[in-house]
Design a protein around this ligand. Structure first.
Ligand code: T4K
Length: 394
């Protein structure tokens, strides 16, 4: 048998972060996995059935359960969140310029650019890290067709001001809700806003299906078009009704999704416990701000985000390096901002001038580990290291 544990993990195509000593490694993004027995039952049924992909029964059940959970009419599951975003953008018929934040995972921008549309980067509110509607308003031009709001860190972007802007200027509104499964705003589940919203169920997300994503919407026409587009445009045997791609979710991913959906309350409870432990342990540390969750809403507490400000003796990067030396693989999400990545930095070299808050926040943020693999003792040890570094205690 091949010993895969001895193999180097990762895609091999990019420089990976790795542990530096033999202490247990704590990653940002370690997957939450529900009941293995339930998962294996789904997998055995799938193998017995001999139906592995192409809109199988597990995908259909998964879509129904996600739609019910979110409170929408349609869930169109996809192979990942990026492809679901691409399908949403295409099915919505977006053209010209699309406004989105630069402070997001690069997939949001890529999903626009890869369709030869022009991403126009709006700035963020430095307090919430969410897209700033006033900056969005300044980005609107006669070529703008849509706004993509990103619900960052399991909190809502400013849905109502974005809705108002979209209505006032005749723009479409799409939300990248990759971080916000299981979250609400104004008591309504995220997934119910805009013309559509897109989730990611990647392994690193609070709720995962290995890889996966979904477009959710109450718009019948859009859902139908997205379904066709996900499956090469096939509307029946040998009948192709429109342009399409292969964006299908496979059955084993739906099995994982169904398994984890049954455990989301436990995932939330553990994440909340860890968040409160971080909050207590980092309270009053000069130069360190823990990004706060709004406890009045439902949230997944998946992102433990700190900002390292000028009052900290150690810089943001010194803190990341020191944590890494202790095998705590913290991340600088979303450094340096999409506008400083290729191809955007070359295509739109002036974009950064309009993004002072994005530049400041991207230079300050560190995301810390949480999830089922992280204990309160881990949190306290991580926080103690940060406290000492921020105070300049070696
Ligand atoms: N929009 C937003 C706002 C997003 O954040 C994302 C994805 C998308 C759209 C696109 O959705 P997808 O197409 O991905 O469904 C990771 C994820 O790959 C990506 O899904 C996620 N956002 C992004 C924020 O993070 P990387 O490049 O940081 O991944 P990587 O391989 O460095 O892993 C992150 C950490 O997770 C590491 O510390 C190791 C740990 N890990 C990872 C995997 C895959 C594990 O412990 N186990 C695992 O199986 O992008």
């Amino acid at each position: 048998m091949v010993n895969v544990d001895a193999m180097k993990v990762g895609d091999g195509g990019k420089a990976r972060e790795s542990a530096s000593n033999d202490a247990p490694v704590l990653h940002v993004g370690t997957p939450n996995v529900g009941d293995r027995e339930i998962f294996l039952q789904y997998v055995n049924q799938m193998l017995d059935r001999g139906w592995l992909t192409n809109n199988g029964p597990l995908v259909q059940l998964f879509e129904q359960r996600v739609a019910d959970y979110v409170g929408v009419k349609h869930c169109v599951a996809a192979c990942n969140g990026t492809v679901a975003l691409e399908i949403a953008i295409r099915a919505m018929g977006l053209t010209g310029e699309v406004i989105l934040p630069s402070y997001t995972f690069v997939a949001t921008a890529h999903a626009v650019q890869i369709q030869n549309l022009t991403p126009v980067f709006a700035d963020i509110d430095p307090a919430t890290h969410q897209i700033d509607p006033e900056s969005v308003a300044r980005c609107i031009s006669p070529s703008t067709s849509a706004i993509i709001g990103v619900h960052l860190w399991g909190q809502a972007s400013p849905v109502q001001p974005l809705q108002a802007l979209a209505a006032q200027h005749g723009l479409q509104l799409l939300f990248d809700a990759a971080h916000a499964f299981g979250c609400s705003t104004g008591g309504k589940m995220i997934g119910q806003f805009g013309r559509a919203e897109v989730f990611s169920f990647h392994a690193t997300k609070f709720f995962n299906s290995f890889e996966g994503g979904a477009l959710v919407t109450n718009d019948d026409t859009l859902a139908e078009s997205a379904r066709l587009m996900r499956n090469f445009g096939f509307s029946g045997v040998d009948q192709v009704a429109q342009l399409g791609t292969n964006g299908k979710m496979v059955e084993i991913c739906a099995a994982m999704g169904l398994t984890n959906l049954a455990s989301v309350d436990r995932f939330v409870a553990v994440n909340r416990r860890n968040y409160l432990a971080y909050r207590d342990a980092l309270a009053g540390v000069a130069g360190i701000r823990l990004y706060p969750y709004n406890e009045a809403e439902r949230t997944n507490y998946q992102y433990i985000v700190i900002e390292v400000g000028p009052d900290s003796v150690a810089t943001r990067d010194e803190i990341v390096d020191s944590l890494r030396a202790a095998n705590v693989l913290a991340r600088r999400y979303f450094w340096p901002g999409c506008h400083r990545m290729q191809p955007y930095v070359e295509l739109y070299p002036e974009a950064g001038r309009q993004l002072p808050n994005t530049e400041m926040v991207a230079a300050r943020v560190v995301v810390l580990p949480t999830g089922l693999s992280v204990t309160v003792a881990d949190v306290e040890a991580i926080a103690q290291r940060i406290r000492r570094l921020a105070a300049g205690i070696a």
